[in-house]
Structure formats: structure tokens, C-alpha cells
Design a protein around this ligand. Structure first.
Ligand SMILES: NC(=O)C1=CN([C@@H]2O[C@H](COP(=O)(O)OP(=O)(O)OC[C@H]3O[C@@H](n4cnc5c(N)ncnc54)[C@H](O)[C@@H]3O)[C@@H](O)[C@H]2O)C=CC1
Ligand SMILES: O=C(CO)COP(=O)(O)O
Length: 319
């Protein structure tokens, strides 16, 4: 049985795609939201205009899940620990696939590390890469990375979670996949800022490229393979998120560049992750100048012109 926990935009989109393969359970924490979705066969709150196939059953009580389920956790990273702790008994024997992109601010851990800490006996993996929920839900072609340390479990998940429109590539480099998905959101905030402030497409390309160098430097220093960063979960998602105003991280950055306010209820994973990355960089003495200025912009410690001056006046060096 495949179950998606978290009826946000991404969880709902994954459930829609997986329904091509068979029955799927979609679990929403809010009973009223679950009831509304069931009544209208639509997630009007997070994915309006897209019908939920009959093969999706909607629940708000996770204790009804079979113990050996595969559960896709589509919950923002900063909320994941609370959700796992609350439902630890139900989840302890399942195969848990993190479907979130971030680093926990209070611990510096990625989603799989958080799951392994709370549920040490669960089989774990992460599903990440370039995909907007809306594209997946509309059955547009998408390719993602499925990272699982246990190769046999990874192969089973790859087969079970690939759908006619959602093609999964496999790796055992969980650290690389986790970090690619988390770090690209920080750079996307920076690219949004550049565009919002009217600094131009050339500046965006420079920030993406030097940001990718920064992402790779940190990920490799934490044990990732550099090839993983060059794949779907790193470079692929960086390109998508930095180049599209469908991205919430990009739009949040754009609001910083335009000096506008942004709706604090919208999920922007890169905002907390930027600060978590800055903390890790300080602890490990890693040079992360782009992340430093993005975290400072988020904290309103710098203006955009000051941030640009800081980056442009750095000592000249080899690429
Ligand atoms: N929306 C997108 O296009 C994509 C999102 N993602 C990732 O998916 C993750 C979720 O994002 P979205 O679904 O877009 O966010 P969203 O804001 O649409 O939904 C988040 C969902 O998490 C639920 N939630 C929050 N705290 C919870 C808790 N303690 N227990 C249970 N559920 C809880 C909320 O009720 C909400 O339904 C993020 O890490 C995001 O980076 C990944 C790829 C694409
Ligand atoms: O992760 C995503 C695309 O792969 C979604 O991006 P946002 O969270 O910025 O909307």
C-alpha cells in the first residue's frame, strides 16, 4: 500500500500521479480539509482545478494505515520532526520516503537524517528533483532522483513509484540528494532577489553558477558525491527553481529584491535552510559567501545594494 502523508501541493500531486499505478491513500492532518477534499474530489486549498482520481482515498487518521506501507512524507522540513514524533508508533515499521527539501534549522539535519534519528528501524529514502506540483498533477513529463542507501530497497521503490509520467533515477547517495534539494532553494532566493531588484539575466546566470560551486563545495565536504550534485536533485532542480516564477523560493527572493512583503503562510523552504547552511558553514569553516549574503538579506541585516557590493568586492581568484 502506498500512502502520502501531508496533503499540501506536492503530496497531492504525487498521489495523483501514483494513482496511475493503483490505490493510494492521501493523509491530511486536518480532518476538515480531508472531508472537503473527499467531498469535492479536489484539493481546493493547495492544488485548485485538478480533480482527484477515484483511486485516491482520503484519510485524517494515520492509525488506519497498514504497518508495512510505503509512506511518502510530504511535509515541510521544519515541521517533519513534530509530525514523525506524533505518529512514531504508526510509522515505525513502514518504508519512509522523504519528499521534502531543506535542512532543519535547530539541528542542521536533512529529512532522512531526521527520520533515522526518530525512527531508527524504518527503511528510509528521499525523492527529490526538479518538479513543480502542478506539472506532476497535470501529468506533464517529470524526472526525479530516488536516493536510498539500501540498493535493494531503492530498486523496489524506484519500480513502485515510477509512473507513466514520472520517471525515477536511482542513487545510493542520500547525502548528495538531500543537500542538492535543500541548497538549491537558497540560491533560488538569491536569483529571485537579483531579478526583483532589476540586476539582469547575466547576474542571475553568474549567481546560479557560483551558487552551484558553493552547493557542491558544501555537499562534498559533508560526504556527498559531486556527480549527485550535477544530477537531477542538484543541478537539475537549481535550473528549474532559479529560472521560474512558479517557484515560491524564487518569488520570495523577488519580493526581497522589490522591497515588498511576502505572505508568511506560504511554504518557502530556503528561508530557514539558508540560516541552517550558514551555521554549518561557520562550524566547518567553509567559504559560502553567496549563502552568507542571502541569509543576511532574509534577516534584514543587509540591503540588496550592500549584498551586491560585498560579493563584487571579494578578492579576485581562479574559477
Ligand atoms: N510544491 C512543489 O511544487 C514542490 C514541493 N516540494 C517539497 O514538498 C514539501 C512540501 O511542500 P508543499 O506540499 O509544496 O507545501 P504546502 O505548503 O503546499 O503543504 C504543506 C503541507 O504540510 C502539512 N503539514 C505541515 N505540518 C504538518 C504536520 N506537523 N503534520 C502533518 N502535516 C503537516 C500541511 O498541512 C500542508 O498540507 C516541501 O519540502 C517542498 O520543498 C518538492 C517538490 C515540488
Ligand atoms: O522544489 C521545487 C521544484 O523542484 C518547488 O519549488 P518551490 O518550493 O520554490 O516552489
Amino acid at each position: 500500500m502506498i500512502c502520502v502523508m501531508g496533503a499540501g501541493a506536492f503530496g497531492t500531486a504525487l498521489a495523483i500521479s501514483l494513482a496511475h499505478n493503483g490505490e493510494v491513500s492521501l493523509w491530511a492532518r486536518d480532518a476538515r480539509h480531508a472531508q472537503e477534499m473527499d467531498q469535492h474530489r479536489e484539493n481546493r486549498k493547495r492544488l485548485p482545478g485538478i480533480m482527484l482520481p477515484d483511486r485516491i482515498s482520503i484519510h485524517s487518521d494515520p492509525s488506519s494505515l497498514p504497518e508495512d506501507s510505503t509512506i511518502l512524507l510530504s511535509i515541510p522540513t521544519q515541521k517533519l520532526r513534530a509530525a514523525l514524533t506524533e505518529h512514531a508508533k504508526t510509522l515505525s515499521r513502514a518504508t519512509l520516503v522523504a519528499c521534502c527539501k531543506g535542512i532543519e534549522l535547530s539541528t542542521g539535519k536533512g529529512p532522512v537524517q531526521i527520520i533515522n534519528e526518530i525512527l531508527p528501524n524504518a527503511k528510509t529514502a528521499i525523492l527529490t528533483g526538479p518538479s513543480f506540483a502542478d506539472d506532476i498533477a497535470r501529468d506533464l513529463p517529470t524526472a526525479l532522483t530516488l536516493a536510498c542507501e539500501d540498493e535493494a530497497v531503492g530498486k523496489t521503490l524506484q519500480n513502485n513509484l515510477t509512473t507513466p509520467n514520472l520517471r525515477l533515477y536511482r542513487t545510493t547517495d542520500v547525502t548528495g540528494a538531500e543537500l542538492g534539494g535543500a541548497l538549491k532553494n537558497v540560491i533560488a532566493i538569491g536569483c529571485g532577489t537579483v531579478i526583483g531588484a532589476g540586476l539582469g539575466e547575466s547576474a542571475r546566470a553568474a549567481l546560479m553558477t557560483r551558487g552551484f560551486a558553493e552547493m557542491s563545495r558544501m555537499a562534498v565536504s559533508l560526504g556527498a558525491n559531486v556527480e549527485t550534485l550535477a544530477g537531477l536533485s542538484g543541478f537539475g532542480d537549481l535550473v528549474l527553481t532559479c529560472g521560474s516564477d512558479q517557484s515560491r523560493n524564487f518569488r520570495y527572493g523577488r519580493s526581497i529584491g522589490r522591497d515588498e512583503t511576502f505572505d508568511s503562510a506560504v511554504t518557502v523552504e530556503g528561508a530557514a535552510t539558508a540560516k541552517a547552511v550558514r551555521d554549518i558553514a561557520h562550524e566547518k569553516s567553509l567559504e559560502m559567501p553567496i549563502t552568507e549574503v542571502i541569509a543576511a538579506l532574509i534577516d534584514q541585516e543587509l540591503r540588496v545594494d550592500q549584498a551586491m557590493d560585498m560579493l563584487l568586492s571579494r578578492p579576485l581568484k581562479e574559477e
